[in-house]
Write a protein that binds this ligand. Structure first.
Ligand SMILES: [Zn+2]
Length: 456
């Protein structure tokens, strides 16, 4: 048993003082005592908060960060960005993917994310042929999880069609296309694979309604066990809504709810363009929504009606999606600022009299945990994983502040700089703002980036 002592820690939605945390050899919290004494424990000068789950990532896209910002000859949109992305992914080898994911997951940990939902569709070789080991690319992602220490929920993607009505895929999509049978074989290979020291849970991800059909959605729902989450991109773009309406007479979420049994294991990624009725239907189904505010702003997706969703009892988590910039604080800030710019008001996510930062943190923890590991406990509580972040008590952003404004100071007045130490399953992976393997990881990433840049 290892013990940690904090002058304050955020437990079950409340700040407690003089906190003694005992961690078992499996990396779970065995016991928590408040108003305690340090005894032999490791003593921290900062404040402990639970690590936040990052529900949605495409690791390879980290290598494109900042590359989609040159104005084209006509209007730029998600779809023109996607062309750049397809060109880019054609180049990536398994070694490249691992080097990129090492850098990315390290950055996530340094931002306060302690687990990641990897929505993984880069399955095949550049010519579309499967690798000799069908789960080669998944193994690379798991190796990055092992190296950096982040907890992973691997969400292998079923991608079969290029548009509504079972349109055949395009050339640019050949690295991810597979049949339902091949996909389910891949899922069982992943569930039985030995990923060494990596902590990897496995879920499923039909890419979107445009990339799968009803029969496939039913097949995946049947194969889904109680501990597995199922994620799907939905209603991110207006074009997708219009195409779905033209094809079925229904909007994407409306069609999904009418045709498929959606429950609390489901996580709808983006769900940006939804009506009031769709918002209520999602909340009532128990599904969570995976919001990716930085990416949604970067790609010009739109703004999710979060207040109506929360009023209906809906749960949501945060994802970094295209990984253009890794910051938990900025995801929270962008989510709130999008609402402000739309509604011309302030403090829109918090309930009256409460703190915006605290509300954002609580929701991202609760909804995010459910979206990645539906049966696990969330936060710093007995039985949960000992995933925690130590915020720097000496940081200038906290001068003269107490715990009541901690999350607001972090998200609105600072950023990643407040994250001092990070522990996953009780193991220290970030120390004083640096990852324990930072130098080697960044060196390798730079080498890969130079080679990829030369091929673009
Ligand atoms: Zn995505």
């Amino acid at each position: 048993m290892i013990k940690h002592f904090f002058k304050a820690a955020y437990l079950r939605g409340k700040w407690e003082h003089q906190v003694l945390l005992t961690i078992d050899p499996e990396g779970r919290i065995d016991n928590i005592q408040t108003d305690s004494a340090p005894g032999e424990a490791i003593q921290h000068s900062g404040y402990a908060v639970p690590g936040i789950p990052n529900v949605h990532s495409h690791a390879f896209q980290r290598a494109m960060a900042g590359l989609g910002e040159v104005a084209g000859p006509s209007d730029d949109s998600f779809w023109s960005w996607r062309k750049v992305m397809y060109k880019f992914l054609g180049q990536i080898t398994p070694e490249d993917l691992q080097a990129i994911a090492d850098q990315l997951y390290m950055e996530m940990l340094k931002a306060g994310f302690t687990s990641v939902g990897e929505f993984h569709y880069l399955h095949h070789q550049p010519d579309g042929q499967p690798f000799g080991d069908r789960i080669e690319m998944s193994r690379r992602l798991a190796a990055s999880a092992a190296k950096t220490g982040i907890q992973m929920t691997l969400l292998p993607v079923l991608y079969r069609f290029s548009g509504f009505g079972s349109k055949e895929p395009t050339e640019g999509q050949r690295r991810f296309i597979q049949t339902t049978d091949d996909f389910l074989t891949m899922v069982s290979l992943l569930k039985s694979a030995d990923f060494g020291s990596a902590d990897v849970a496995v879920g499923m991800a039909p890419h979107s309604l445009r990339a799968t059909d009803l029969e496939q959605l039913h097949a995946l729902n049947v194969a889904l066990t109680q501990d597995m989450p199922l994620h799907i991109h939905i209603a991110e773009q207006m074009k997708e809504v219009e195409d779905c309406l033209a094809w079925s007479g229904k909007r994407p979420v409306e069609w999904l709810m009418a045709n498929v049994d959606v429950d609390q294991r489901w996580c709808l990624i983006h769900a940006t363009h939804v009506t009031k009725d769709e918002v209520i239907a999602i909340a009532q189904s128990g599904a969570s929504v995976g919001l990716c505010p930085i990416t949604e702003a970067n790609l010009g997706d739109g703004i999710f009606p979060i207040n109506a969703f929360m009023e209906a009892g809906g749960q949501w988590g945060l994802g970094t999606d295209s990984n253009v910039n890794i910051s938990l604080a900025e995801e929270c800030r962008t989510l709130e600022y999008g609402q402000r710019l739309k509604h011309l008001k302030r403090t829109l996510i918090a309930k009256r009299g409460s703190s915006n930062g605290k509300e954002l943190f609580d929701q991202a923890l609760k909804g995010g945990s459910r979206a990645l590991r539906p049966l696990e406990k969330a936060g710093l509580t007995e039985g949960a994983f000992a995933n925690f972040v130590v915020l720097d008590g000496e940081h200038v952003a906290l001068a003269g502040r107490d715990t009541s404004s901690m999350f607001d100071s972090w998200f609105f007045g600072c950023g990643n700089g407040l994250v001092k130490d990070v522990y996953v399953r009780g193991t220290k992976v970030v120390s004083d703002g640096h990852h324990v393997y930072e130098e080697g990881i960044t060196k390798r990433f730079k080498t890969v980036m130079k080679r990829l840049a030369g091929n673009l």
